[in-house]
Design a protein around this ligand. Structure first.
Ligand SMILES: *Cc1c(COP(=O)(O)O)cnc(C)c1O
Length: 423
């Protein structure tokens, strides 16, 4: 229990009178006040993760991978810590601008950037990461002036197929030959971008990528007399969702990358560059805890008892999409000994809607509050309204206070899109 609280829950997680507290607020009080499902973000953990990145890479631009959880409040909080944002659609860019982020802290991605994104990015004087040869002309025509070239090194990251991005054949970035051509056409471009993949639990591929970038930069110097002024190493640091998975600190991962970059550039006698990092998951994931209310408890077979909660794949599609594993505890009875192992099922009309296949808990009863940690990234961000289930709200907790940062969607919100009066 202590290991779970210390390693998977936010920094402020504590047990008071047998109850889970987050940011000094009892989980059951949060559930009562805001309803469930509810995603709770711990302000202290968000700030600590941002500070860890800043400390591990002094002087670098740390651009939050907005897609992990697009939230104006979170973007503002991270901006206060000196971070910027990486955005990949016109929508995400509006979130970042609404948070008050200046263009010099914005990095623009997308393998098929819409006109609107290019225009708004140029207006903000943001750094545009070019992802195809035809985008060069489009981005310049839209008024863009600051560019990186995203190059695909052909390195296989050891992660889920869906979140690998640096292998040959990836839909992202330019193959090396095209990247050389891009720089020939656009020598004023500021530097190079690479992103190995997401949810990396080993450093090997990331370090190989850094070495590859240095060699590629040496080739560009030899062929075009061009050297990068900026290297953007993307994001990707993985987080553990269950205690059995490996884990790395921001300091270990970023320290390793920065050291390797310096070594590899020195080896090629290349001048040192400005650095950009784009962490998403590792900034916000452990800060987030999802609270559910337990409903039906059902023994399905001798081996399986289902504990059904009031959310599921609509608020967290990761188990269904990536076979992601999670754990949980009963927030209102943390101290009680486990009775047996349960499967946590969602409420959606799909057998695959199982959030956790097996977790030991005290015998759950209708009305208990179930807390699932490490759900701050790629959960609400990827949520849907499947089964016409409105999406949950998010609150930020700190020093005994809770502030709503995203309101609960309502059935009326869903119905507002329906046009049927004229039928
Ligand atoms: C998704 C993405 C990120 C963030 O990745 P995390 O694994 O969440 O750190 C950063 N940069 C690019 C280009 C991405 O596609």
């Amino acid at each position: 229990m202590d290991a779970l609280l210390n390693h998977l829950f936010p920094d402020t997680a504590a047990v008071e009178n047998g109850e889970l507290e987050l940011g000094g607020v009892p989980a059951s009080e949060l559930a009562r006040r805001f309803g469930t499902p509810l995603v709770v973000y711990d302000e202290q953990t968000l700030r600590a993760q941002a500070q860890a990145y800043r400390a591990a890479a002094p002087g670098a631009l740390i651009a939050y991978g907005t897609k992990a959880f697009p939230s104006v409040a979170v973007l503002r909080l991270l901006a206060e810590e000196g971070l910027g944002a990486d955005v990949s659609t016109a929508g995400e860019l509006e979130f970042a601008l609404r948070a008050g982020l200046p263009g010099e802290r914005l990095v623009i991605h997308g393998n098929n950037k819409e006109e609107e994104l290019l225009r708004r990015a140029a207006d903000a004087d943001a750094l545009i990461v070019l992802d195809s040869l035809d985008e060069l002309e489009r981005a310049k025509a839209s008024g863009g002036a600051r560019f990186l070239i995203r190059v695909t090194p052909g390195i296989e990251a050891d992660t889920h197929e869906a979140v690998k991005t640096a292998h040959h054949g990836s839909k992202f970035g330019l193959p090396p030959e095209d990247a050389v051509e891009a720089i020939r056409r656009l020598p004023e471009c500021e530097g190079l971008h690479v992103h190995v993949g997401s949810q990396l639990m080993h450093f090997g591929a990331a370090l190989m990528t850094v070495d590859w970038v240095a060699q590629f930069a040496a080739r560009l110097r030899a062929e075009l007399d061009w050297t990068p002024g900026t290297i953007d190493l993307g994001g990707g640091l993985g987080v553990r969702h269950v205690i059995e998975e490996p884990s790395f600190t921001v300091a270990e991962f970023v320290g390793g990358l920065v050291g390797e970059l310096q070594r590899a550039f020195q080896l090629q006698a290349l001048p040192s560059t400005a650095l950009v990092l784009e962490p998403g998951r590792s900034l916000v994931s452990r800060a987030g805890v999802t609270l559910y209310t337990v409903g039906a408890v059902k023994r399905a077979s001798a081996a399986t008892t289902y504990v059904t909660v009031d959310g599921g794949m609509s608020d967290n599609p990761r188990p269904a999409m990536y076979n992601a594993r999670y754990t949980a505890l009963l927030a209102n009875r943390v101290d009680e000994p486990a009775a047996e192992a349960y499967a946590i099922a969602g409420k959606h009309c799909e057998s695959g809607d199982v959030l956790i296949e097996r977790v030991e808990l005290p015998a759950p009863r209708r009305g208990d509050v179930l807390a699932v940690p490490v759900t701050g990234a790629y959960t609400l961000a990827m949520s849907s309204t499947y089964n016409a289930v409105p999406r949950p709200p998010a609150v930020l907790v700190s020093n005994g206070e809770a502030r709503l940062i995203r309101r609960r969607e309502t059935v009326d919100d869903l119905l507002a899109l329906e046009l049927y009066q004229s039928l």
